[in-house]
Design a binder for this molecule. Structure first.
Ligand code: NAI
Ligand code: MG
Length: 334
């Protein structure tokens, strides 16, 4: 029995959580869900977007499945996601984007994995007014140690999964110190993996290359902000944000969540696509050694994708979160 912290989150979070826990339970996963709160819902209920009990539960159990959390735009409390990634030193944000059967997208053969540095860059939240309302500044931090961790994680993953190439993405032509350091570390680490092809690309060119010819990419490693933006782009390449899962991994803690946010525009309408969150949960099952169960559930999702009447509208279906969930549960028995 695995004790796993479950944070349903905000917006569509509770709906997709219900779907994913149903599917995992029906697939026989031996999980004891420890339910906790965080985000806007926790802020409203308890006056704290990251309650002490939630932190304590993650510290105790070390594995969490987390729904999306709403972060107020422009003002209000700072991102709880960013705070948790920092607090538990979840330095690798791993975001695969793979073409799926029966899903219409512009490309047939995308199979890339983004490694996004998850603890520093521009996301440390060191912002200040130089002059109130007329001059703001924000500090980006890049350290050798965090860069080494994420870049090494990307190469180790490539080696383990027999992937052929690592592409490091930067803006070292302009950001000569921060991105310059990241790139320098990449060149050093790449020398230890002669069997893996290594290249670096400037982020603006990368954005264009990904839209034009994404099949050329395999493992991608980049800093926090670029990884945030390019992983949404990667989701778009394979059919949208409803389809891409993610893992935040540190040395002793792991937290699994979708790439997407709380989607307030469709919350509470039984329309949210639970696949992204389900794929995050499958990464979690693989993490705890339940690869076979993860494969079986993935196969049931692939069967379900063929049946548009069961799928959600974001991927061209005319079903709901519920019809999709029920169809996957049925297909588990195939
Ligand atoms: P979003 O990812 O929530 O939504 C972007 C678009 O994709 C929307 O049109 C939404 O309806 C659609 N979408 C997203 N997930 C979907 C799903 N599973 N099924 C069907 N359609 C889906 O991004 P947005 O609107 O920019 O952010 C909303 C909130 O989410 C913000 O407060 C933001 O801070 C937060 N957020 C949280 C994240 C997290 O908890 N890891 C990540 C990204 C954003
Ligand atoms: Mg994002």
């Amino acid at each position: 029995m695995h004790d796993i912290v479950l944070i349903p989150g905000d917006g569509i979070g509770p709906e997709i959580t219900e779907s994913v826990t149903t599917i995992l339970d029906e697939a026989g996963a031996d999980i004891n869900w420890i339910r906790c709160t965080a985000g806007l819902s926790a802020h409203k209920e308890l006056g704290d977007p990251l309650p002490g009990d939630t932190i304590a539960a993650i510290e105790k159990h070390r594995i969490a499945l987390k729904g999306p959390l709403t972060t107020p735009v422009g003002s209000g409390f700072r991102s709880v996601n960013v705070a948790m990634r920092k607090k538990f030193e979840l330095y690798s944000n791993i975001r695969p984007a793979k073409t799926l059967p029966h899903i219409k997208s512009r490309f047939d053969d995308v199979n890339l994995v983004m490694f996004r540095e998850n603890t520093e860059g521009l996301y440390i939240g060191k912002e200040q007014w130089v002059k109130e309302n007329s001059h703001a500044e924000s500090i980006a931090v890049v350290t050798r140690s965090a860069s080494e961790k994420i870049i090494r994680a990307a190469f180790e993953y490539a080696k383990k999964k027999d992937r052929k190439k690592v592409t490091l993405v930067h803006k070292a032509n302009i950001l000569k110190f921060t991105c310059g350091l990241f790139m320098e570390v990449g060149e050093e680490i790449a020398k230890n993996y002669p069997e893996i092809e290594y290249e670096d690309l400037i982020v603006d060119n990368m954005a264009m290359q990904m839209v034009l010819q994404p099949e050329q990419f395999d493992v991608i490693v980049t800093t926090n902000l670029f990884g945030d933006i390019l992983s949404d782009l990667a989701s778009g390449l394979v059919g949208g944000l409803g389809l891409t899962g993610a893992a935040n991994i540190g040395d002793d803690t792991a937290m699994f969540e979708a790439v997407h946010g709380s989607a307030p525009d469709i919350a509470g309408q039984n329309k949210a696509n639970p696949i992204a969150f389900l794929f995050s949960a499958l990464m979690m099952l693989e993490h705890i050694g339940e690869e076979n169960r993860a494969d079986r559930i993935r196969q049931a999702v692939y069967y379900t994708l063929e049946n548009k009447s069961a799928c959600t509208p974001d991927i061209g279906g005319n079903g709901t979160t519920k019809t999709f969930t029920e169809a996957v549960v049925r297909n588990l028995k195939k």
